[in-house]
Design a protein around this ligand. Structure first.
Ligand SMILES: *[C@@H]1O[C@H](CO)[C@@H](O)[C@H](O)[C@H]1NC(C)=O
Ligand SMILES: *[C@@H]1O[C@H](CO)[C@@H](O)[C@H](O)[C@H]1NC(C)=O
Ligand SMILES: *[C@@H]1O[C@H](CO)[C@@H](O)[C@H](O)[C@H]1NC(C)=O
Length: 255
């Protein structure tokens, strides 16, 4: 494990030493990101949040990471559907997260993660504050990671305009409704366009965040976390049997 040495070396300001630079994975990502925020809203998809976060939870034992769970207020945020129409069997089956920060108190973030879920289909006025927060944060964060239909919220804020992105393949028909100016790539486990990493549906967020960790912190780190999770990682962003399953094609904006 050479990371503590490298961390020390960069902290000591010798990052430009050619020997160290050649040892470091992708020095363009330095200083390495440490401050993560997750945008929360009612009826988020649990795995969209906890899949990526569990990889990062494990990673936080190896280096200092900071997590902010961000919502309009500090009230618990639940996976529970927001309307009776979305809960036809009247189930009482949900989990809640306690936010750590509001939009007003969120600290500076290196990474903003936006999960998906049925709550992303809520009508526009409901998301006004979330969309404003994304617009305000987007120029400042170094990475925006969307999971599943989290890309719909990002698209609604406008920050994906003109960019390549992907989302949940079962929800594919709705992508151009929420993001008419987004180049929606059908066949992708995840898509990278500049600072934006967008993943396909639900479990794809785990692969996308492990792929992001591999790119930013190093493949050895990502492989170690994958082993710790006893997970079979899809490291190829073009691995996507679900695009075939749903027989979908790219949605490209008409210019
Ligand atoms: C759910 O609740 C509604 C309203 O009380 C009721 O009309 C409906 O029959 C319930 N559905 C089930 C499956 O229990
Ligand atoms: C966007 O996707 C298209 C089609 O896959 C590709 O040719 C292009 O290079 C991508 N652009 C960026 C900025 O990634
Ligand atoms: C897949 O979609 C195309 C049009 O996008 C259509 O021509 C074709 O018949 C579809 N195939 C299947 C197996 O549904």
């Amino acid at each position: 494990m050479h990371i503590p040495f490298l961390t020390f070396a960069f902290a000591a300001g010798v990052a430009l030493n050619p020997f160290l630079a050649s040892c470091a994975e992708n020095s363009k990502h330095h200083p390495l990101p440490s401050s993560f925020g997750v945008l929360l809203f009612p009826a988020f998809e649990a795995l969209d949040v906890f899949g990526p976060l569990d990889a990062l939870n494990l990673f936080s034992a190896q280096r200092q990471l900071k997590l902010s769970l961000i919502a309009p207020t500090l009230d618990p945020v639940s996976t529970s559907p927001r309307s009776a129409a979305m809960n036809p069997f009247n189930s009482t089956f949900s989990e809640s997260i306690l936010p750590t920060h509001t939009f007003d108190t969120a600290p500076p973030l290196d990474v903003l993660l936006i999960p998906g879920g049925i709550g992303t289909r809520s009508p526009d006025p409901f998301f006004d504050e979330h969309l404003a927060f994304i617009r305000e944060q987007f120029p400042k964060v170094r990475y925006l990671i969307t999971v599943c239909t989290g890309a719909f919220i990002a698209a609604r804020s406008g920050v994906l305009d003109g960019r390549n992105a992907t989302t949940n393949k079962h929800a594919w028909a709705d992508a151009p409704v929420y993001g008419p100016k987004v180049k929606w790539i059908a066949h992708a486990r995840w898509v990278v366009d500049g600072k934006v990493w967008s993943s396909a549906g639900v479990s794809a967020g785990i692969d996308a965040v492990l792929g992001w960790i591999a790119e930013v912190y190093g493949v050895d780190i990502a492989e170690g976390l994958t082993l710790d999770m006893e997970y079979e990682r899809h490291a190829d962003p073009s691995w996507d049997p679900f695009a075939e399953h749903y027989n979908i094609t790219d949605h490209l904006p008409s210019l």
